[in-house]
Design a protein around this ligand. Structure first.
Ligand SMILES: Cc1cc2nc3c(=O)[nH]c(=O)nc-3n(C[C@H](O)[C@H](O)[C@H](O)COP(=O)(O)OP(=O)(O)OC[C@H]3O[C@@H](n4cnc5c(N)ncnc54)[C@H](O)[C@@H]3O)c2cc1C
Length: 534
């Protein structure tokens, strides 16, 4: 049977743009049909912003790449119309276990609280993830939305001319030029766009190697994340096990720095490692194996004139914590509503600088967490190793040591605490829903709160009085009246002890400002601020 990653999902087709004279101009061009470029394009097209995606390939990603997708990106994907497909195919998990040698040292539940539509995580192969995004693109095309993917269109040169970007594109039928008012570069870790603009990263490379094997086998481990320090089957190193759909298991073996890559990748050596871990009698088939090292780094700014960087092109982290694609989706969620308002002339171009500010802040949080995990997993000095081993021993018996065990702090949503777009806060209200935070989900009238939020500015009147409708600076604000008496989790998550509250939400479901009583002047000022106008 042909696997999805072997099938051209967006084969090359000649575009009229290849014969256009003068060359065609599009409002937005996205480079890269990886998870982040596809998400950006879907988001824009859903909002009727015309978008063209260029990719040098015509298939979804292959090889061992992302498998863990977190709650916040799933909530974003719900808004993009593909959350259900992913959650149905993916394997849901909330629990992780950490072993030291053969002993369970620590166990965590990433979603101990009920009343959320989405789980803490699903495991799903990146090739399925991208397939569902491509399917969503096709659905939008059928609905007449302005979206197009061009396979085997490789961007080979570009220049930012101030008011537009000019691209040179290679295809199987020769080269052509295209212009874009705005360019979103989602062309991955080696981003040719970054290179062509002479831009670089700040950050560091970690000196360690990990062998990844995606193994097809029947096994009865539970759907949990299992992480071992110093297991008998990989002495002095670590290992990680995750279940994926279709009986595929992701196994990571830490190898150390000074290794012979070719030797390690020989089937007999991989077989020896797998049998030591899973038992001599195990029957399995290998889907893929690879050895990777990693880097924790980001670009200094994600906006360079008319070029906006997102996903791995803008930042990279180690896979411990599953923060790569998960944070890239938060990039596009942050960017697309701003770009739409700028294109519509309803917000100044400087609003796009807040994209860079908010998402470099998010990237720093991810890099910090990812670096700390990496340093714990692969201690680089004798003293760090002694500390690490002491924490692991203590964690078996003492609660205080458990939070110090760091086998990867898994992706959580970013709260833009220092954003210039944030308006007033009322400290009487719960901390978790403060300005800058994404709205927390809650059961609402038999459905889910987050299914009612996003895609536009909204004013939530939660047990509070307020206007019937509101328009500010040409932007219509949707007013939603929500009843905390009928929806107790809504009350506890958004009101705390206050009798009522008013929340201003951005189109990416992040909270912009909140009050305990209606104040028209303050609300209008907060909207202008969230539009980058104050
Ligand atoms: C081992 C491993 C495990 C991981 N696990 C996780 C995980 O569990 N969870 C998680 O969230 N993340 C994980 N990641 C990270 C995740 O895979 C990446 O963050 C994600 O793929 C980034 O998506 P992207 O769209 O930014 O870039 P990419 O997926 O790299 O896509 C870039 C696209 O740009 C195209 N392109 C490049 N150059 C050009 C050009 N000149 N012209 C046209 N097109 C071009 C490429 O063909 C490609 O389609 C993991 C990564 C690895 C390596």
């Amino acid at each position: 049977m042909t696997k999805i990653f072997e099938t051209p999902l967006y084969p090359y087709r000649r575009s009229p743009d290849q014969d256009a004279m003068p060359c065609a101009r599009h409002p937005v061009v996205v480079i890269g049909a990886g998870p982040i470029g596809l998400a950006a394009a879907i988001d824009l097209a859903q909002q009727d912003v015309p978008v063209v995606v260029l990719d040098d390939n015509d298939k979804v990603s292959f090889g061992s790449r992302a498998i863990c997708f977190a709650k916040r990106p799933l909530e974003i994907l719900d808004r993009l119309g593909c959350g259900d497909a992913m959650v149905e195919k993916g394997l849901t998990w909330n629990v992780g276990k950490v072993f030291n040698d053969k002993r369970e040292t620590y166990r965590f539940d990433l979603l101990p609280e009920g009343g959320h539509k989405r789980p803490a995580f699903i495991n799903l192969q990146q090739y399925y993830f991208e397939e569902y995004l491509v399917r969503r693109v096709r659905e939008l095309e059928e609905q007449g939305k302005p979206i197009e993917i061009r396979g085997r269109n490789k961007v080979s040169a570009l220049s930012d001319n101030g008011s537009f970007v000019r691209l040179e594109i290679d295809t199987p039928e020769g080269a052509y030029n295209l212009e874009a008012d705005w360019l979103i570069a989602c062309d991955g870790a080696n981003s040719p766009t970054r290179r062509m603009l002479g831009l670089d990263f700040v950050g560091k490379v970690f000196e360690d190697n990990f062998l990844i094997a995606d193994v097809i086998m029947q096994a009865d481990f539970p759907t949990e994340r299992w992480f071992w320090f110093d297991p008998p089957f990989n002495r002095g190193q670590s290992a990680l096990l995750h279940k994926q759909p279709d009986n595929v298991w992701r196994i990571d073996f830490q190898l150390g720095w000074d290794i012979d890559r070719e030797e390690e990748l020989k089937p007999e050596n991989i077989d020896r490692r797998l049998r030591a871990m899973l038992g001599q009698d195990i029957e399995y088939e290998l889907e893929w194996t690879s050895i990777y090292t990693f880097q924790c780094r980001r670009m200094e700014k994600f906006r360079h004139g008319r070029v906006l960087f997102a996903g791995d092109a803008a930042h990279q982290v180690s896979p411990f914590g599953a923060r790569g694609a998960n944070s890239g989706l938060q990039d596009t969620d942050n960017l697309c509503w701003k770009l739409k308002l700028v294109i519509a002339g309803k917000a100044p171009e400087t609003l796009l600088d807040s994209y860079s500010d908010e998402r470099t802040y998010g990237a720093d949080e991810n890099i910090l967490n990812s670096t700390r995990s990496t340093e714990f997993i692969t201690p680089k000095s004798e003293i760090s190793r002694i500390f690490r081993d002491a924490v692991l021993d203590l964690a078996v018996h003492y609660d205080f040591a458990r939070p110090m065990v760091n086998s990867g702090r898994l992706s959580v949503p970013c709260t833009y605490d220092e954003s210039v777009l944030n308006g007033p806060d009322d400290p009487a209200l719960p901390k978790r829903t403060r300005p800058g935070a994404p709205a927390v989900d809650a059961p609402l009238d038999g459905g889910w709160l987050l299914d009612r939020l996003g895609g536009r500015f909204q004013l939530l009147l939660i047990g509070a009085d307020g206007p019937e409708s509101l328009t500010e600076s040409g932007v219509e604000i949707e007013v939603l009246r929500l009843d905390p008496a009928k929806n107790p989790e809504l009350g506890s998550r958004f009101l705390g002890d206050a009798p009522g509250a008013i929340y201003l939400l951005r189109p990416d479901q992040h909270i912009a400002a909140r009050w305990t009583a209606w104040d028209e002047r303050a609300t209008r000022a907060a909207i202008r601020r969230a539009l980058g106008k104050e």
